[in-house]
Design a protein around this ligand. Structure first.
Ligand SMILES: [Fe+2]
Ligand SMILES: [Fe+2]
Length: 335
């Protein structure tokens, strides 16, 4: 089954009749809906912890899409051909769209996107650690598509079955586009690998730099991820961080072989007993440092986002003034 078939089928699963009755209070309806794989919708009763967890998770996801435009945007003006420029431009625009759907999903939970943007630029909310690494060569664009969008797909396909309806539905379209991003990255790398020795070396160097940060995208190891159990009980999350990381490694190893690149981990080996790949220990000290703001590009990413927000103030002012004028006019009596 393809990603698209599966995601469409899962996100359109029906919601059981969820009206509270004198016998069933709203909390019971919520629990029963979640247990029956139904969807919680914006007007349904939900526990405050569920709402807060979703706001935190979806906002973090939206911020990652928006901040994630920067490392790739860095190469739009330097893409080696018109074709590569058009592809990269389209991909970066897709990421902007993903951010906007996700901010809309958070708004169904009673928060405002301006408030979320302010939290991002004040570093009170996080985004994915991966976007704090620099894009040094054009091979990084291929590797980001292959590994970073590939890891995003592993993380996000199960979210199409998330219990919160607006999030699950947003994820369907996002996953279809991420799947395209992953393939364009792979195709770019195939082209480079069929080129010169210098091009092949450029790809290997990019793989060496992005492999470990890509594994960190799945978050801390299960033992250090305190919110996972509650998120899984609420069916916001469907698999643990380590399960998804393992799935990504198993999916990527044969792709690396097909490309002819080496993944930079001497401990990487097939384990017949587990029917999965063993792999080396992640540098968790690096992960923690990057999450806390000490990665190579954290300050630059936030400064850039802050400047874009401040420079956009006149657009928001103009849009508000236009909307107010329009509202005044519609109140005028017809002639
Ligand atoms: Fe995206
Ligand atoms: Fe993407």
């Amino acid at each position: 089954m393809t990603v698209s078939d599966e995601t469409t089928r899962l996100a359109t699963a029906s919601t059981p009749d969820g009206a509270p009755t004198p016998e069933r209070g709203p909390e019971e309806v919520f629990e029963a809906t979640v247990a029956a794989e139904g969807r919680i919708e914006p007007r349904d009763w939900m526990p405050e912890g569920y709402r807060k967890t979703l706001v935190r998770q979806i906002a973090q996801h939206a911020h990652s899409e928006i901040i994630g435009m920067q490392p790739e945007g860095n190469w739009i003006l330097r893409a080696p051909s018109l074709r590569r420029k058009a592809i990269l431009l389209a991909k970066v625009q897709d990421e902007a769209g993903h951010g906007l759907y996700l901010y809309s999903a958070t708004e169904t939970l009673g928060v405002d996107r301006t408030e979320l943007t302010e939290k991002l630029i004040d570093s009170r909310q996080k985004y994915s650690s991966i976007f704090n690494y620099p894009t040094l060569t054009f091979a990084d664009i291929g590797v980001i598509g292959w590994l970073v969008d590939g890891a995003a797909i592993c993380n996000q396909v199960p979210l199409c079955r998330s219990s919160y309806g607006p999030y699950a539905r947003a994820m369907v379209r996002i996953c279809k586009e991420e799947s395209f991003h992953q393939r364009q990255g792979f195709e770019l790398l195939m082209t480079l690998m069929a080129g010169t020795d210098a091009q092949r070396a450029m790809v290997q160097d990019a793989v060496d730099r992005w492999w470990w940060p890509s594994l960190m995208m799945f978050g801390p190891a299960d033992g250090d991820s305190p919110n996972t159990q509650q998120s899984m009980a609420w069916r916001i999350k469907r698999h643990t961080n380590d399960e998804l990381r393992q799935r990504f490694v198993d999916m990527t190893v044969p792709q690396a072989a097909a490309l002819g690149v080496t993944l930079p981990d001497p401990a990487l080996a097939w384990n017949d007993e587990r029917q999965a790949h063993d792999f080396g220990e992640i540098d968790w000290a690096e992960f923690t440092a990057v999450v806390k703001g000490a990665g190579p590009c954290n300050a630059q990413r936030i400064a850039h986002r802050r400047a874009a927000h401040e420079n956009g103030q006149w657009v928001r002012d103009a849009a508000s003034a236009y909307a107010a004028k329009h509202a005044d006019r519609s109140e005028e009596p017809a002639a």
